[in-house]
Design a protein around this ligand. Structure first.
Ligand code: ZN
Length: 234
């Protein structure tokens, strides 16, 4: 679909949400209606853990700067359906690394903005440029539009939640545990529970961090599952 047609389709989809917003506002007092109308498009939910009884955990890997072949091999060998929250700059110079992960395994690319700003420092237009810009770059490179937005640093405000909707996301996703080794510091391995979201980064220790996360999942009797499929359409 061309971009103008995509935009028109998106606008139609967003317009369809407006009656829903009013329907959901019906049981509320009449004076609540303007508030519902002001929050347009409807904000997406924030997810740091998925409510599920399935024995699953979610592996998410951010940024994408360090293209470790051993980590890619581990993801493919174990068939890990990882959510890759990539920055366009981190695949622009070597998109083949991620094409291999997407083409040969069950991982998906999700939205982490264009330039990794703290979105709460930007106005609505600035946030939209960061989030919709990343989605368009991913569509152009991978032919797959992100459905999840992870705001850099996990910081977001009310504008982020409506911007995410306008840019095709169904949720803002943070995390339950950050298992990234930062410098010399490796965080303690948590006792994972069903529905937990693990955060890793494509850095120099990504393979070891991924092994620790998969071992923690194994120890808890949990299997990695595709986060996009477990976040309900909202
Ligand atoms: Zn990041």
């Amino acid at each position: 679909m061309s971009r103008p047609r995509l935009r028109r389709a998106l606008r139609r989809a967003l317009a369809a949400l407006v009656p829903l917003a009013f329907v959901s506002a019906l049981p509320a007092p009449a004076h609540a209606a303007p508030t519902a109308a002001a929050a347009w498009p409807e904000p997406v939910p924030v997810v740091n853990h998925v409510q599920t009884t399935d024995p699953v955990v979610f592996v998410t890997i951010d940024d994408g700067w360090y293209h470790d072949p051993a980590a890619a091999k581990l993801l493919l060998d174990r068939r890990v359906p990882a959510s890759l929250f990539l920055l366009p700059g981190a695949y622009a110079y070597d998109s083949g690394y991620f094409h291999t992960l997407l083409d040969q395994g069950p991982s998906r690319v999700e939205n982490h903005t264009v330039d990794h700003p703290d979105l709460t420092t930007l106005d609505a237009a600035g946030q939209r440029a960061q989030v919709c810009g990343a989605r368009e770059a991913q569509l152009a490179e991978f032919g797959d539009g992100a459905r999840l937005l992870r705001p850099p640093y996990g910081t977001y405000d009310a504008t982020t939640l409506t911007t995410a909707r306008a840019c095709g996301a169904k949720a803002v996703v943070t995390w339950t545990y950050d298992m990234t080794t930062w410098g010399q510091w490796t965080p303690p391995t948590p006792a994972l529970k069903a529905g937990d979201i693990v955060l890793l980064h494509f850095n120099e220790t990504v393979e070891q961090d991924l092994r620790r996360a998969l071992a923690a999942a194994d120890a808890a009797g949990l299997r990695p599952a595709p986060l996009r499929d477990y976040v309900p359409e909202s």
